[in-house]
Design a protein around this ligand. Structure first.
Ligand code: NAG
Ligand code: NAG
Length: 570
């Protein structure tokens, strides 16, 4: 297709001008025009007038057949190569003829065809946009380039239809088109960190040609996420006396932001108790909570640790969680025995079941470790009675006898049911107090006392002795003679007794010839309440002396009796 345009303009036979146009990219041999015909030259005289052509540029694009004046394409013309972006592109040549001399100027307009698509400088275009950018924000994009001109030049841009952006195509003063990416809807990096669209540049040719590039929108993080714990409350159990450094729990919060915005620092919340701070530590980076002090079940069986996690980004907001530490019991406490009342002494006459002491047993440990078995050890006449809960009474269990055992040591053992079991023992001493349960007893049921006649009145004649196993007043013995008559006279005119010692004295001088013997009762009585007494018999035998005239010998028998009497004195 050749468009022929002739502008003929001859001025004073010096210079005439002729104009053609040829589309770029036309093949070799394509006719542009017939210069000779168009100038009205006689074809037969061309050779004789030495028709010749001088190309003004050394481009070998066009050629003229000097025999017939036909201008044709010699070599493909690339308008963009010759004229770059100029709106018009023209090749010139001059035509000479002699006889007479004629000079013609030939202008050949190279017409643009849409032989170039628009193209982007890079096939990938990356735009970085913060996720905090507000809708309406504009981001200029790199322009595409189309070497064609006029209507074949770049006309507009297009982008893959999407929810987030649209393109606003603008024209610069020099007519170049460029596009701005306009944010339509907020971005969320955590939902989608990059968006990919095809960016298309379209020229105005018929048909239009296009160039594409991959537009990558990288969403930059802003600190729009707080850290999140995977649970609001964590429950862990920890044995009491756990060693320092032992892991309690490894917390794990996650922050969907990146970089510092997603880097988490853990700490105890401000309102945490000082005790918890003493007992536990938290690693700010790893979220490890470790034992730091001595965890004692008996102090508390539950600790609440409030933890916060904060990222290092700007305007960070803390997230919170709670760690419940349930402390499990170890059998680290022995039972304790406390006597609240102890009777110092108990009467030997006390009835079985008499309360001696009141005691309580406690164990600070829990459950099995705190369950206590209590008993009295040894063979003692006492037993334990449960009163209520952990209170016990020690009561007498059977008769007591001070004369056999006047005090007891009572040992109570409390043993818990833990493994291993712990035990405590405590002893009390109880005195058995005396009761007047024993009457005095004479050393002999009957005393034979020999007294030689003619004794001095008031002479000591014998001692009676009674014993009493009780103590104190209950064993304080007083002696007396029980009233009776001897030959019509009170016995108390014959003998007397020392109340305290039991020594017997003759009150008169005995005469064998009148009274050979006599018998009376002595009594030993203690001072107990009620008092107890015993009787015993004393038989006084008067021993004869040779105190009468009639001849006869009886000194032998008298001598013997006298010795026996003196033996009884001792
Ligand atoms: C924390 O949780 C995240 C997500 O569940 C996981 O990828 C990460 O490995 C966990 N870290 C630890 C220390 O448990
Ligand atoms: C001792 O003798 C007196 C007087 O005969 C009598 O009353 C008393 O019961 C006797 N005591 C005992 C223990 O036999």
């Amino acid at each position: 297709m050749i468009v022929l345009l002739v502008v003929l303009c001859i001025t004073d036979g010096v210079l005439a001008q002729i104009r053609y146009s040829v589309p770029e990219e036309a093949d070799h041999g394509i006719l542009v025009g017939n210069i000779a015909e168009d100038l009205g030259l006689d074809l037969t005289k061309l050779a004789s007038r030495r028709f010749q052509v001088v190309p003004s540029s050394r481009t070998p694009y066009l050629e003229v057949n000097l025999e017939n004046g036909v201008l044709f394409v010699n070599e493909k013309i690339d308008r963009e190569q010759i004229c770059k972006q100029s709106a018009s592109c023209q090749l010139n040549m001059e035509v000479f003829l002699e006889n007479p001399l004629e000079l013609f100027r030939v202008e050949i307009e190279v017409v643009d065809i849409n032989d170039n698509p628009p193209s982007f400088p890079e096939t990938d275009i990356t735009v970085e946009i913060s996720e905090s950018a507000v809708p309406g924000t504009r981001f200029p994009l790199e322009s595409a380039f189309d070497p064609d001109v006029g209507s074949n030049a770049l006309r507009t841009y297009d982008i893959t239809t999407n929810n987030y952006f649209y393109l606003d195509v603008q024209t610069q003063t020099d007519g170049n088109k460029f596009a701005e990416l306009v944010l339509e809807k907020p971005l969320d990096r955590e939902q989608q960190a990059a968006h990919r669209y095809v960016l298309t540049a379209v020229d105005g040719g018929q048909p239009p040609r296009t160039g594409t590039a991959l537009l990558v929108v990288k969403v930059l993080d802003s600190n729009d996420n707080v850290p999140v714990f995977d649970q609001p409350v964590y429950t862990v159990s920890l044995s009491e006396n756990a060693p320092v450094g032992m892991l309690v729990i490894q917390l794990n919060a996650t922050d969907m932001d990146e970089g510092l915005n997603g880097e988490i620092v853990y700490s105890f919340s401000n309102h945490i108790s000082n005790r918890v701070k003493d007992l536990f530590s938290i690693d700010p980076r790893t979220g490890r909570i470790e034992v730091r002090g001595e965890v004692d079940f008996e102090e508390s069986s539950l600790y609440q640790i409030f933890v916060q996690a904060k990222d290092l980004g700007p305007n960070a907001v803390a997230a919170h969680c709670k760690v419940l530490v349930k402390v499990t019991d170890l059998n680290d406490n022995a039972p304790e025995i406390t006597f609240s009342t102890v009777t110092e002494s108990v009467s030997e006459k006390a009835a079985p079941g008499t309360v001696i002491a009141l005691l309580s047993v406690t164990d600070r440990d829990a459950e099995e470790n705190g369950q206590i078995h209590v008993e009295i050890i040894g063979d003692v006449p006492f037993k334990l009675k449960t009163s209520f809960r952990n209170y016990f009474t020690i009561v007498t269990d059977g008769p007591l006898n001070r004369e056999q055992a006047d005090s007891y040591s009572i040992t109570v053992v409390a043993r818990d049911k833990g493994t291993p079991s712990l035990a405590t023992s405590k002893s009390i001493r109880v005195q058995v107090s005396d009761e007047n349960d024993n009457a005095p007893t004479f050393t002999q049921p009957i005393y034979d006392v020999y007294v030689t006649e003619n004794n001095v009145p008031g002479a000591y004649i014998h001692a009676v002795t009674a014993l009493d196993p009780d103590i104190g007043l209950n064993a304080l013995i007083s002696y007396s003679i029980l009233e009776c008559d001897i030959q019509g006279m009170s016995v108390k005119t014959y003998v007397s007794i020392n109340e305290e010692t039991g020594y017997l004295y003759a009150l008169r001088s005995f005469d064998y010839e009148q009274l050979k013997d006599f018998t009376f009762m002595v009594q030993a009585k203690d001072a107990g309440t009620p008092e107890l007494s015993t009787n015993s018999t004393v038989k006084v035998i008067i021993v004869d002396q040779n105190d009468n005239a009639p001849p006869g010998a009886g000194s032998l028998g008298e001598e013997r009796h006298s010795q026996r009497a003196s033996a009884a004195h001792r």
